[in-house]
Design a protein around this ligand. Structure first.
Ligand code: FPP
Length: 235
């Protein structure tokens, strides 16, 4: 393929609708959707994509039914337990962004363990956005930045957009080149608000549980046919 994005961010939408269309509970859609994370990350590695970031649980998702939130947490627990094998086999680094403090202690511990275990892997980096919101990330960043101004570590005059980027959850990961949202909706939904400033957006009607290697290839191909512009400058 001609032009491959370095970083692909994905809003994995449509699990609930996909399950409902099959007469199944919403949680079945999440279970099937969770399986696609490994498939798509593997396919991304094969295409030469270096970073994949998936929106697994938003700061707004707590308002869903308790049963659904519980099922998603159970899926995260299961994924964090089993993903190291996949990571070992695929030289895959796993990172997590979002506010972990609201998650159960055992999930927070599993997250730290997986990040440490995969820290030296570098073929592809999978970042899971869990209890993540773009506004929440910026709010947390601004609080830390304000603290550093107050204690003298940072002076107000030296603040640039790079300074702000450096306070975000994963400052070393480049901004996404391509953002994919599945299942028809065309919204950002509080995902990576700062980082998506110049990202190409790709929307597909395919629901996340049906999204696989072939769908990813199609999105990357569409990206390859676009002229990217950064503030009016063609790349
Ligand atoms: C949106 O679909 C999807 C979510 C809110 C959760 C995404 C989670 C997964 C794909 C599984 C867990 C991931 C990992 C990393 C193990 P929706 O339920 O809002 O769909 P709907 O719009 O059709 O209701």
């Amino acid at each position: 393929m001609d032009k491959v994005p370095e970083h692909v961010a994905i809003i994995m939408d449509g699990n609930g609708r996909w399950a409902k269309a099959r007469g199944m509970p919403r949680t079945y859609g999440h279970t099937e959707g969770a399986k696609r994370v490994a498939d798509v990350t593997r396919a991304a590695g094969e295409l030469g994509i270096k970073y994949v970031t998936v929106y697994a649980f938003s700061t707004e998702n707590w308002s869903r039914a308790e049963e659904e939130v519980g099922a998603l947490m159970k899926l995260f627990r299961g994924y964090l337990k089993t993903c190291t094998r996949d990571a070992d086999e695929n030289n895959m680094r796993i990172r997590i962004i979002g506010d972990r403090t609201r998650l159960d202690k055992d999930i927070q511990e599993a997250m730290s363990k997986v990040e440490a275990h995969t820290a030296s892997y570098n073929r592809v980096t999978l970042t899971l956005a869990i209890n993540y919101g773009g506004r929440d990330e910026l709010t947390r960043a601004v609080k830390r930045l304000a603290g550093d101004v107050r204690n003298g570590a940072l002076s107000e005059e030296d603040i640039t957009s790079e300074t702000i980027s450096s306070y975000l959850d994963a400052p070393d990961i480049p901004d996404p080149d391509l953002m994919i949202r599945t299942c028809g909706e065309q919204r950002i939904s509080n995902f990576l608000l700062w980082q998506l400033a110049y990202t190409e957006l790709y929307f597909t009607d395919v629901a996340w549980p049906d999204f696989g290697a072939e769908e990813l290839r199609r999105a990357v191909e569409a990206y390859g046919n676009r002229d990217r512009r950064f503030g009016g400058v063609k790349q």
